[in-house]
Design a protein around this ligand. Structure first.
Ligand code: CAO
Length: 544
């Protein structure tokens, strides 16, 4: 195994160039052409690629340090130690390595010499022309950094263009107001094309290109380095970071963002001067994945259906949605879009339960209350949540953990004129049927009188949505996230059931258990509803 010492290549004459990013760590395996570090002068940033495949053993530079041509950059162990050791790396754009023997690319737009010759002139409309793009033509505009009407400072990026070798920010050479933009994202431009018209005080009529990565020389072609426009320019090239909060990222980072679908304007840069690093893009994507998906109503997730003027079909009226209605719509959409739902259907034979419940009527009246099947459902679900703790979890946002709850709070969906609300009953497993009956009545009344406090609707582990007093044979409730399951209860109905020798009438209550298939599997769901059927079928189990 041979160790190759990689040195800093010719930096186009620049000295004391700052290392702004180490792209790999010691121990990392890199392919030939992978970026090792990113350097930044006051005019351009450049990535120094590995001249060969291998393992990075050590760096001799660190972030924030400065370096010059010939300085030791890193030690690398060649992947194939028999291969000819490469002594020097050359600065390249993206993927096209330049041999050390070739003349160095002049990475900086040559503009400074002309500065003194230009004097500011009075307010005027200035045509911002596309400067020399290092010989490249028909270059794609990948980003418009300003909009018409924007005030720009001198040096602010107007557009970002990208060749197959480098991306460049083209800055404004003067401060002023963007009167009109003459290009759009995706359009192709060449030197001399009109980009924009700026109204302002200026000293020269063209912009200077700022190379984010020097355009590389190739074996056969001279380096198409961005050079000074033919006409004199007033200002030295701006640093790659543009003022005004514009995106400040190198081409490799831009490419990564495009591959991952990251909007760089949303990414927080942690590099020097707010520069966006690859790690920032990865962190942003990770955070986005962990976030609940934005409601579709915002248009952020799925395309909105087209707006229709219904008045063309008949008389209409626009009715304002209540706050609860809007919140419910958002919550339902979020759950529907995020949760892979499955619904398990079953029946519970509540013939005996109903006989028992009806027998409680006199005592209930004495206590000033009423017992419906719901408190029994609550109690049975609480027992099922204890027996099947995988139903009493929430998925952690990190995508790697479940939050196991050791308390049993159950929400009850209540339909009110103002909308659907879900008050939560606490510690259901520890309460009697009498207590639960009283709480259901109290919570239902509070819900209808709009007296529920936010705390009354928080902390649920599981929800019951009962349509039993209304009708229906089954439905598919939507999981009340961050819970992972919800039980829908439909109207109990007398049905003929085969008891082994004959059909007999039994009161069957339909159960519809919707669950988050990321947390619960189908077999568990079937066991859960079967268990509910067993407990409700013989309520002596409730005291076991
Ligand atoms: N099968 C057959 N009958 C049922 C039943 C079922 N699954 N569930 C309840 N019933 C009966 C009750 O026994 C009661 O009849 P009796 O007076 O003859 O005993 C009648 O239906 C009315 O019950 P209720 O609705 O007053 O009480 P509840 O405990 O079932 O429900 C609450 C409580 C708060 C949910 C209720 O007050 C309510 O608002 N219900 C409306 C339905 C609703 O909003 N559901 C939410 C759906 S939103 O997804």
């Amino acid at each position: 195994m041979s160790i190759t010492q990689i040195t800093i290549p010719d930096l186009g004459g620049a000295n004391d160039v700052e290392v702004i990013e180490l792209c790999v760590a010691p121990g990392d395996t890199v392919a030939e052409g992978d970026s090792l570090i990113v350097l930044e002068t006051d005019k351009a940033s450049m990535e120094i690629p590995a001249p060969q495949a291998g393992v990075v053993k050590a760096f001799h530079v660190s972030e924030g340090s400065t370096c010059n041509v010939g300085d030791l950059l890193a030690d690398m162990e060649a992947e194939d130690s028999a291969a000819e050791p490469v002594a020097k790396a050359a600065p390249v754009a993206e993927e096209e390595p330049m041999t050390a023997a070739e003349p160095a690319v002049d990475i900086a737009p040559v503009v400074a010499e002309t500065v003194a010759e230009s004097a500011p002139v009075a307010s005027a409309e200035i045509d911002m022309l596309v400067p020399d793009l290092g010989g490249a033509s028909d270059v794609e505009i990948i980003e418009l950094a300003v909009a018409e009407g924007d005030e720009v400072a001198e040096g602010d990026t107007i557009v970002v263009v990208e060749t197959d070798k480098a991306s460049m920010e083209i800055p404004a050479s003067a401060a002023g107001k963007v009167v009109s933009l003459k290009v759009s994202e995706g359009s192709k431009v060449s030197q001399g094309d009109l980009m924009a018209v700026i109204q302002g005080t200026v000293s020269a009529p063209v912009a200077a290109p700022v190379a984010e990565t020097p355009v590389a020389a190739t074996e056969n072609a001279p380096a198409p380095a961005p050079t000074a426009p033919a006409t004199p320019v007033a200002t030295p090239a701006a640093p790659a970071a543009s003022a005004g909060g514009k995106v400040h990222a190198g081409p490799a980072v831009r490419m990564l963002a495009r591959e991952l679908g990251a909007d760089l304007s949303q990414v927080t840069g942690t590099g020097p001067k707010g520069r966006i690093l690859k790690d920032d893009v990865h962190a942003y994507i990770k955070q986005r994945l962990a976030q609940p998906v934005a409601p579709a109503a915002s248009g952020a997730v799925i395309e909105q259906p087209p707006a229709i003027d219904f008045s063309q079909f008949g008389e209409v009226e626009k009715v304002k949605m209540s706050k609860i209605h809007k919140l419910t719509a958002q919550n339902m959409t979020r759950s529907w879009l995020n949760v892979p739902h499955v619904t398990q259907f079953d029946h519970a034979d509540i013939t005996e339960l109903e006989a028992f419940r009806k027998g409680l009527k006199a005592e209930a009246e004495k206590r000033g209350t009423k017992v419906t099947p719901l408190p029994f459902m609550l109690k049975a679900c609480a027992m099922a949540l204890r027996k099947f703790p995988q139903f009493n979890v929430s998925l952690d946002n990190d995508g790697e953990h479940l939050i196991q709850k050791h308390y049993v709070n159950i929400g009850v969906a209540v339909d009110t004129p103002a909308g659907l609300v879900v008050p939560v009953l606490r510690d259901v497993d520890k309460k009697s049927i009498w207590q639960l009956s009283a709480e259901v009545i109290e919570m239902g009344a509070k819900a209808k009188d709009k007296k529920l406090m936010p705390a009354d609707m928080q902390g649920g582990c599981f929800t019951i949505s009962s349509l039993g007093s209304i009708g229906g044979t089954a439905f598919t409730p939507i999981v009340n996230t961050p819970e992972v399951a919800i039980l829908g209860v439909s109207k109990a109905d007398m049905q003929p059931r085969w008891n082994g020798s004959e059909f007999e009438p039994r009161l069957m209550m339909p159960l519809s258990l919707s669950y988050d298939h990321r947390a619960i599997n189908g077999a568990d769901a079937a066991r859960f509803t079967a268990y509910l059927g067993k407990v409700l079928g013989d309520i002596r189990h409730l005291v076991m």
